[in-house]
Every structure is written in structure tokens, then in C-alpha cells.
Design a protein around this ligand. Sequence first.
Ligand code: HEM
Length: 156
Amino acid sequence: MNTPAAYYLLLSLHLLGACVWVGGHLVLAARVLPRALREKNAALVRDFERAYERIGLPALLIQVLTGLALAYRLLGGSWAAWTADHGVARVVQAKLLFLALTVALALHARLRAIPRMRDDNLPVMGAHIIAVTMLAVFFTLAGASVRFGGYPWFAP
Ligand code: HEM
């Protein structure tokens, strides 16, 4: 995993997963959701979710696996390094927090919000979509800061 080729592969998979996860949610939040709210048409969101799920969930799984491997490469295996109070460790901790929030929202959407989604209660699902999209953008901003030692979010 420490060879340049393995690192390149991991980072490329991580970036491809990011494209799918962040890009899909931005399309949903900025194009599909406003139209569904305007037309009071929950089917637009449901159809997008159904088509996107098959590529979005594997992409998130790839993010988690490659992200953990990339973090291991930077921090090693010691608990002290992962819980440290410095730049890169702080970014990884932030990403794990965003992940926990994303999984909680996804489970809530899947088990409660999507089955109950109707034309007249679409704003509930809309709030979900905005929250997951904002988390996706935070993931990206945090990730891009790693090569700067966590700057500007977590001063090195
Ligand atoms: C949807 C979720 C995620 C997105 C969109 C995302 C996005 C990104 C982006 C854009 C980068 C910058 C790569 C570069 O500098 O060229 C990055 C790097 C990184 N991400 Fe993520 N990430 C996600 C999830 C995770 C998770 C769950 C972890 C695990 C803790 C993680 C750990 C890392 C690490 C350690 C780096 C730095 C890699 C390096 O420069 O060596 N990411 N991520």
C-alpha cells in the first residue's frame, strides 16, 4: 500500500467515488429537488433516488474503504495517532463524524422519509437532501485540506 502505484490507485478510486457521491447529490439538490417542490411531485425525487441508489451507495462504500486506507497510510495504526489533536488527524476525525451523520441520515431516509414521502410533505425529504449534500461538500473541503496538513480548517 505504500508503493506509489498503490497510493495512486487508492487516491484515484477515492476521487472517482467522490465525483459520483458529491456530483449526484448536487444534481439532486440543485436541479431535481427544486423542480419537484415547484411542481409538488414526489415521483421526480423517488425516480432519481431509485436510479442513483445503484451507483451512489457503492460509491459511498468505496469512499469509506479507500478513505480508511488513505488515513492509515498517513497516520499508521496507533490509536494515539488517530485521536491526536493535530491537522491531519483532525481532518480524519471530521470525516468520520461526517460519515456517521451521513449514515444516520441515509438510514432515516430509507426507513422513514422515503416510504412516507408524498407530494404534500416533500419539504421533509428536501431537508434531508440538503443536509446530505452539505455533508458531501464538507467531505470534499476536508479532503482537499489534507495535503495542506489540514489548513485552513485545522491549523497544522
Ligand atoms: C463521500 C465521502 C468522501 C468524499 C467526497 C471525499 C473526498 C475527498 C477528496 C476530494 C480528497 C482530496 C484528494 C486530493 O488531495 O487529491 C480526499 C482525501 C482524503 N480523504 Fe476523503 N472523501 C470522503 C470520505 C472519506 C472518508 C470516510 C475517509 C476516512 C476517514 C476519508 C479520508 C481521506 C484522506 C485520509 C484523504 C487524504 C489522502 C491523501 O492526500 O493522501 N475520506 N477525500
